[in-house]
Design a protein around this ligand. Sequence first.
Ligand code: ADP
Ligand code: MG
Length: 312
Amino acid sequence: MPEKVVIALGGNAILQPGQEGSFENQLENVRISTEIISRIIKNGHQVIITHGNGPQVGNILRQNEEAKHVVPPFPLDVCSAESQGFIGYMLDQSLKNSLHKLKLDKQVVSLLTQTEVSKNDQAFQNPTKPIGLFYSEEEAKQLADEKGWDVKEDAGRGWRRVVASPKPQSIIGSETIKMLVDTGAIVIASGGGGIPVIRDEQGAIIGVEAVIDKDSSAFKLAEEVNADMLMILTDVPNAYIHYGKPEQKKLEKLSLAEAKNYVEEGHFSAGSMEPKMRSAIAFAEKGGKAVICSLDQADLAIEGKAGTMIIK
Ligand code: ADP
Ligand code: MG
């Protein structure tokens, strides 16, 4: 039986820091990523792909804001769907082409996925995730009045809208994703964490203006499709303790207890490495293998020869 692996692609795999967010740049990065993923598939692994969308949804929000006098702006959940759609398109097409080059006859499908969150999630009481454009204090407060946004000053750079980042409760449609994977198809799903939705009293789902951390939803996806491995690909080869300090040390094989201990000690930054470590720990806790590594070492890491691996 091939190993079932959920691969979570970091922002870097789609757009490098400092690069202009043109379609061509993004497609070229995606091409490099899918070549690496297609080698993993060639080695016999069943792959489910998920990805981030921070810069992409940021640009879509900007387009909406800049053009709001011409075309009515769309809510955040719709912008999230748009970003998931176009990133899914790039990954899907690019992976099909990479597999074709390797003469691998595989189905690839990209699914627009919604992720359920709880309407009682504490995050809705205290939105902390900055998104979209920077504004002056005056503009920001005016937008807050007009649109009911929450706005905050962002690290001395200006004022921004802040939204909740609630915890994913379930990936809607994961049963179908699992069935597709079992037919041998490669599924791209819950990009950007998935479009956040809540359930009302009648059980109907409704989009909410929030963002879901892609590392957290990658864990949910891996859990719900019964994956053997959760692989989080980012722009560093390992998680480190004392990161950025002279005594920095890379982490290779970790027990659950060691990993939890390092998280408690605060070695991983909130919003970047910490959610990866927490998702890896949660997955290992369920009995799976979790690895955090760089994109270019993905094929080594899958064999336990690179990256930071957590096993129960
Ligand atoms: P992604 O798009 O892959 O989610 P992030 O920027 O969110 O990327 O997370 C990766 C970043 O986490 C690295 O570039 C690194 O700067 C940062 N980081 C913070 N703490 C650590 C740590 N302890 N070990 C390794 N990287 C860390
Ligand atoms: Mg991140």
